[in-house]
Write a protein that binds this ligand. Structure first.
Ligand SMILES: Cc1ncc(COP(=O)(O)O)c(C=O)c1O
Length: 475
């Protein structure tokens, strides 16, 4: 097989994303609307992705003021900017050659920023030390994750490298794993138990991989995407014990760590729990923890900034990974990381507004989740587990057999068919559960709730009307 044939084979092996057909149709509809084609709606309501600013969430003033002053330092002479904004911008620019964001940053990232990030990680974890040499910044957490998977994959071994993934799972991770030639080993989260991660299921998944691939890593998402669970400390301890016993590298995707709103839930990092468990776990279990400026209250997806912290990895591996990170992260993304991890504190001039804005976003999320939960659970054939964190809801749809049959006839997965109909009839764009994998015979939909209340209100109103009609039409 030629190299090109091999590449094209690999590309075919990557499952065609179900969303592609929906996105194509949405683009056509957009065009039709702009050409004046009459439809029961005037515009699309796209609540597919965790991209808060595109969904009407406002950027944080402190973040944008500091970045603006860094891009255009003349602004610093204006007293319109609060003192701490000017001081922070001055400090950040002081770390750039020639005091300009236009000069090349240090290849591995600006050392002072990485040091401050590691202090912030240690603060988050109640004083568990964080070595700046183990923190690697990147153009987004997904970039870091893909790199780590790349390092883990052994192309030359007789068995393919396997990575345990939750089902449902963040879709881009599945794509990263398969495109790097590794095998996904699915473990199913228990929907009936609020999408709980159960160790017996990890055990089953590992057994199922025997002979098919060589599982070497366990990927977890906490808080969850698409199913908004938040793992308890006890659950994390169980996962760590399992990883230790089975010698699996833990890949902890913790990008939604600031988005926890369940009444009895709190975010505790894998790193903190690992440290609390003490030896032998704390000094043997290999952990990579990911975070990002895309999520949380900043929602600065477009700036492309993230990082990974590595714990207990072999120094040679760490060294290799550090080389992969050379010259990758833009100066503004590095600044954004500094701002996310070192926000204004009480007493700082920017604190009152920053506090107000982050509180408003938190309240908006709580309100959106409440509304989504109420509306979804009031509709026969739709049900949603409690959502405790993250940016999405992932309700289950009990599709009537006639709808499933019709989907088959149209060559679509049943939940894609449901989403396509919703798009066609209401202009609301959401994603089908099959995109994230799901238990056979179950169907789900996912939509983002990190959006303005108006956007969510509108999407829910359309969903309720559509769903009632759909169920009637197909029952
Ligand atoms: C669980 C999870 N991890 C990672 C990412 C990607 O983050 P980034 O923008 O930092 O690459 C997302 C984005 O939706 C996500 O949901």
């Amino acid at each position: 097989m030629s190299v090109l044939q091999e590449i094209s084979q690999n590309v075919r092996n990557i499952k065609q994303l179900e969303y592609a057909a929906l996105a194509r149709r949405a683009t056509q509809i957009q065009k039709e609307l702009s050409q004046g084609v009459r439809k029961p709606y005037k515009e699309l309501t796209d609540v597919c992705w965790g991209d808060p600013h595109s969904l009407g969430v406002k950027p944080l003033t402190f973040v944008r003021q500091v970045l603006a002053a860094c891009v255009y330092p003349e602004l610093m002479s204006s007293h319109k900017l609060p003192l701490d904004v000017r001081q922070r911008a001055q400090w950040l620019l002081g770390k750039c050659e020639g005091g300009s964001i236009g000069s090349y940053p240090a290849s591995a990232g600006i050392p002072e920023i990485i040091q401050r990030m590691s202090k912030s990680i240690a603060r988050r974890d109640g004083g568990v030390p964080c070595n700046p040499e183990n923190v690697f910044i990147s153009p987004g957490s997904q970039w870091s994750l893909t790199n780590i998977i790349h390092v883990l994959v052994n192309d030359e071994a007789p068995l393919r490298t396997g990575i345990l993934i939750p089902v449902p799972c963040h879709v881009t991770t599945i794509t990263s794993i398969t495109s790097l030639g590794a095998a996904v080993v699915p473990y199913f989260l228990s929907e009936e138990h609020g999408w709980a991660l159960q160790v017996e299921e990890l055990q089953r998944a590992l057994e199922s991989a025997k002979g098919g691939c060589n599982p070497i890593a366990l990927y977890v998402i906490n808080p969850g995407n698409p199913a908004g669970y938040v793992q308890s400390r006890k659950s994390i301890q169980e996962v760590i014990r399992f990883a230790s016993e089975k010698r699996l590298v833990l890949l902890a995707d913790e990008v939604y760590q600031d988005c926890v709103y369940g009444k009895n839930s709190e975010f505790v990092s894998y790193k903190k729990v690992l440290a609390e468990m003490g030896p032998p776990f704390s000094d043997t279990v290999e952990l990579a923890s990911f975070h990002s400026v895309s999520k949380g209250f900043m929602g600065e997806c477009g700036l492309r900034g993230g990082y990974v912290e590595l714990v207990n990895l072999d120094p040679n591996v760490v060294n290799y990974i550090s080389n992969l990170n050379y010259d990758t992260t833009s100066v503004l993304a590095q600044f954004a990381l500094d701002l996310m991890m070192n926000p204004p504190r009480p007493g700082d001039p920017s604190y009152p507004l920053y506090n107000q804005q982050t509180q408003d976003i938190k309240n908006m999320l709580v309100q959106n989740v409440k509304m989504a939960h109420e509306v979804v659970n009031s509709l026969p054939g739709l049900s949603c587990q409690p959502v405790e964190g993250g940016a999405f809801v992932f309700p289950r749809v009990l599709l009537p057999p006639r709808a499933i049959q019709k989907a088959k006839e149209e060559g679509m997965q049943p939940d894609t068919f449901y989403c396509m109909r919703l798009l066609e009839e209401t202009g609301v764009l959401i994603t089908p559960g099959c995109e994230y994998r799901q238990k056979e015979g179950t169907y789900h939909i996912r939509f983002c709730i990190m959006a303005s209340q108006d956007t969510i209100n509108k999407a829910l109103k359309h969903l309720a009307t559509f769903h009632t009609k759909f169920m009637k039409d197909f029952s």
